[in-house]
Design a protein around this ligand. Sequence first.
Ligand SMILES: CCCCCCCCCCCC(=O)SCCNC(=O)CCNC(=O)[C@H](O)C(C)(C)COP(=O)(O)OP(=O)(O)OC[C@H]1O[C@@H](n2cnc3c(N)ncnc32)[C@H](O)[C@@H]1OP(=O)(O)O
Length: 176
Amino acid sequence: MSAERNVKAETKEHTVTGQIPWSETCFGCNGGPNEGVGLRLAVTDDGYVACRYFTKECHQGFPGFVHGGIIASYFDEVLWGQTVILAPEASAMTVEMNIRYLSAVKTGQEIRVIAKPAKVEGRHIYVEGFLLLPDDTVAVTAKAHYITVKKSNTLTEHENERMKHGEEPAYRTIRF
Ligand SMILES: CCCCCCCCCCCC(=O)SCCNC(=O)CCNC(=O)[C@H](O)C(C)(C)COP(=O)(O)OP(=O)(O)OC[C@H]1O[C@@H](n2cnc3c(N)ncnc32)[C@H](O)[C@@H]1OP(=O)(O)O
């Protein structure tokens, strides 16, 4: 994905085939009204992890705009979703992330955050992604590097159990 400003993505509709389970205790995915970000990670039939998300007022930095640290959380979460697909027997932790903020992201609008099919090299998983505004402008791009770890080092038994089963997707298609 280009890092130029004001680039519009060429989009098409993608079919959602599943949803990665979410955790009540994770800041990125717990769905309380204000406590967490509340992302839901859809998996598409062509190997993307994607999320439609309505940006919250309580996540603003400058008035009316989403805080950059919250945007980093969007990516940490959505890009991490690729590690679930690629290393289902393990879990993975972020060791590096690079984010390019190209356009400000307003609160109170539906954005999409997308993780591309990723690359695995042993314990290393490299994932790239992008954030689309409602008019398909690429507002943010990101690259992250994850290292696989034993599941028991990161997830509770209850979460491990939930990870074994898919979840009913919140939506059936997503455009990006
Ligand atoms: C229903 C439930 C849903 C649950 C939903 C939950 C979703 C949560 C998603 C959020 C994800 C996060 O934010 S995770 C939180 C932020 N990240 C962290 O706190 C990670 C901190 N780092 C660590 O704890 C450690 O570095 C580990 C565990 C990742 C790796 O340690 P280790 O297992 O002892 O392995 P080690 O030999 O040191 O490193 C392994 C390889 O990684 C490389 N490596 C290690 N650190 C780095 C680094 N910063 N940058 C580059 N490379 C690195 C090493 O060079 C080595 O390469 P080589 O020699 O093998 O080539």
